[in-house]
Design a protein around this ligand. Structure first.
Ligand code: ADP
Ligand code: MG
Length: 363
């Protein structure tokens, strides 16, 4: 059974704005999840509904299968680390971390060791008596996490918790958060608009746009098999070309027909074809499946990023360990599996239905 489940959640704010549209998701215990999407896509609204700070207009929140939609936030086994940390500036590190336990009127004999353990977990042992203003951004971030884990929640919600940090510290904290999650063994639900961050940290990602879950799966699933053009564009630099399905396992784009790995799409249906820059190999025009002309190249330390154009005037982005001469005709080679055919604006539910009907042989 899922630890937390959101069932058919809709959220309409008082001004009439619909921020969430039929959200269904399952959270298992002990995993690292990310909610990934652009600003305004509904990520924070989902966290607030899980935490109980906000009520869904429709739908249910389940905890271990029990309906907790109306449960008081303080009673839920869930804690939130906010983007701005929300630390108390006039309290020191110990008092900040101990705050929730004191409110609950726990005995000092219990609070002290709990705070000590939490501070050790975030590598701040020895900082108990420091003032918040004396700490760096990364240290403040850790205090906020210590405060959230001190009463041993089952789920930690982190809302854009690293976005205030500079790039280097952010990388370090990404690694630390992941390590901390493994060590604590509790579930993290991490909100971010940064695709690289979500891809590198998560067991599972929910990609959101416009109040809807566009796709969920492992980072590999989402990177390799984006199910619509939104996910493909959002997840990384990709070549996205207009195309047409010829028949099962054959698609046309850039003025040619190619063998592909996709089936179950209507003949002649207009599609978009995605090919990742790193899946393209440069070869001679004779050996290539497609001939393009190189326009520019950039050396990025360990590979070149080459821009090229085909006869249909589609632009191509290619990543290669070898450079090319500019203005030269080059061949591009790719395997059928490197071609990802997407139906236009297909949702996860439609994709699942298509897969099911296809596997059921109803096609
Ligand atoms: P995200 O965290 O992905 O940036 P939010 O969940 O904060 O997005 O917000 C989703 C949408 O709901 C946004 O368009 C936002 O403007 C709107 N929204 C958030 N809070 C409220 C509110 N209290 N009243 C009206 N609209 C809101
Ligand atoms: Mg937000």
């Amino acid at each position: 059974m899922a630890l937390i489940e959101l069932k058919n959640i809709n959220k309409r704010y008082d001004d009439g704005f619909v921020a969430l549209k039929n959200i269904n998701l399952k959270i298992e215990s002990g995993k690292f999840y990310s909610l990934l999407g652009p600003s305004g896509s509904g990520k924070s609204t989902i966290l607030r509904i899980i935490a109980g700070f906000s009520q869904p207009t429709e739908g249910e929140v389940l905890l271990d299968g029990k309906n907790i939609t109306d449960m008081d936030p303080a009673k839920r086994p869930v804690n939130t680390v906010f983007q701005n940390y929300a630390l108390f500036p006039h309290l020191n590190v110990f008092e900040n971390v101990a705050f929730g336990l004191k409110i609950k009127k726990e005995a000092m004999s219990k609070i002290k060791p709990a705070v000590k353990t939490a501070l050790k977990m975030v590598r701040l042992d020895g900082y108990a008596n420091r003032e918040i203003s004396e700490l760096s951004g990364g240290q403040q971030q850790r205090v906020a996490i210590a405060r959230a884990i001190v009463n041993e929640p089952k789920v930690l919600l982190l809302d854009e918790s690293l976005s205030a940090l500079d790039k280097r510290l952010r990388k370090e904290m990404q690694f630390e958060l992941r390590a901390m999650q493994k060590k604590l063994g509790i579930t993290f639900i991490f909100v971010t608009h940064d695709q690289e961050e979500a891809l590198s940290m998560s067991d599972e990602i929910f990609v959101l746009n416009d109040g809807k879950i566009q796709q969920n799966g492992t980072p590999m699933d989402i990177y390799d098999e984006p199910i619509n053009d939104f996910v493909a564009r959002f997840i990384g630099d990709s070549n996205i070309l207009p195309g047409r399905m010829i028949k099962d396992y054959e698609v046309e784009f850039a003025g040619k027909k190619f063998e592909c790995a996709d089936a179950g799409i209507k003949i002649n249906e207009k599609v978009e074809v995605v090919i990742r820059p790193e899946d393209l190999d440069i070869t001679s025009p004779e050996k290539g499946k497609l001939v393009v002309t190189s326009l520019s190249q950039l050396f990025l330390g360990d590979h070149f990023e080459i821009k090229a154009v085909d006869m249909d005037e589609n632009e191509w982005l290619i990543q290669s360990t070898n450079g090319v001469k500019i203005g030269k005709r080059i061949g591009l080679y790719f395997d059928p599996e490197d071609i990802h055919v997407m139906r236009l604006h297909e949702s996860q539910a439609e994709f699942d239905a298509r897969l099911e009907s296809y596997e059921g042989g109803e096609d």
